[in-house]
Design a protein around this ligand. Structure first.
Ligand code: ADP
Length: 242
């Protein structure tokens, strides 16, 4: 008997429309548990829309999404939505200190010790901002606070929308090390990035989306080193202009 666990997500026959416009079309996609899937593609390709569907914030117009082998219920019940955490591109901060924002994540796990936030802040180079009002920070700082808050929850699934956009190289390295830690804990990660190098460094497999369609998907090394599709080669070479 097979003991292979079901994938964290399995999408079948997905089409998502806004009005008359189809913005996402994915015939089939499986995201194995504990793996990192990179989603690359130009702006407007449907990458963030895919994350919203995986978080259950929207229901696909057509098709099914199974989570751990069972159809995703709508509305998504709290125990399931807590297991899946998105770090949005422009995260919402509570109008409180940076530390309190991270503590919010820890409280979900029943940890009330205020000092517990500090190791997370330290790792992301935010300790000097612990008492600052989170809403007053720069975009790059807010993204890192949101990542610390998400990681504090220790979700089974982490959905990351451009986590290293707006960051200088030292902070890109911090964020990537943080993501690697989550990988080593077995977290399933979906990493949306327009930075193909980031997908190459972090993702086990990668999907190239263009205009809502899957151009190519496969193990990251194969997709980057020997793409099967001419459009993949051209996108990776920076030759596709949108
Ligand atoms: P990406 O993340 O790859 O930049 P998005 O998923 O944000 O792309 O958007 C895909 C397409 O869907 C874009 O053309 C965008 O304008 C459109 N879109 C996204 N959200 C909505 C919405 N709520 N209503 C209408 N159109 C939307």
């Amino acid at each position: 008997m097979s003991t292979t666990p079901p994938p964290a997500f399995e999408l079948a026959g997905i089409r998502h429309r806004y009005g008359a416009r189809t913005v996402l079309s994915i015939p089939h996609l499986a995201i194995p548990r504990g793996e990192t899937l990179g989603i690359i593609g130009p702006s407007g390709a449907g990458k963030s829309t895919l994350l919203r569907l995986l978080q259950g914030l929207e229901r696909p117009t057509e098709g099914t999404i199974d989570v751990d082998g069972a159809p995703m219920p709508h509305p998504v019940p709290l125990p399931l939505s807590r297991r899946i955490t998105t770090v949005f591109q422009r995260p919402l901060m509570l109008d409180r200190s940076v530390r309190d924002n991270v503590l919010f994540g820890l409280r979900v796990r029943g940890i009330k010790d205020r000092a517990a936030a500090d190791p997370l802040l330290e790792r992301l180079g935010l300790v000097h901002l612990a008492n600052a009002r989170a809403r007053h920070l720069s975009g790059g700082e807010i993204q890192r606070v949101a990542l610390a808050r998400a990681m504090a929850i220790e979700p089974d699934v982490l959905l990351l929308d451009e986590p290293a956009a707006n960051l200088d190289p030292a902070n890109v390295a911090r964020v990537e090390a943080f993501i690697r830690d989550a990988q080593s804990r077995g977290t399933t990660i979906v990493l949306v990035t327009h930075n193909t190098h980031e997908a190459r460094r972090l993702a086990h497999s990668t999907v190239l989306l263009i205009e809502g369609g899957v151009v190519e998907t496969g193990p990251t090394a194969a997709l980057f080193e020997s793409p099967a599709e001419e459009r993949t080669r051209a996108f990776l070479a920076g030759e596709l202009v949108y």
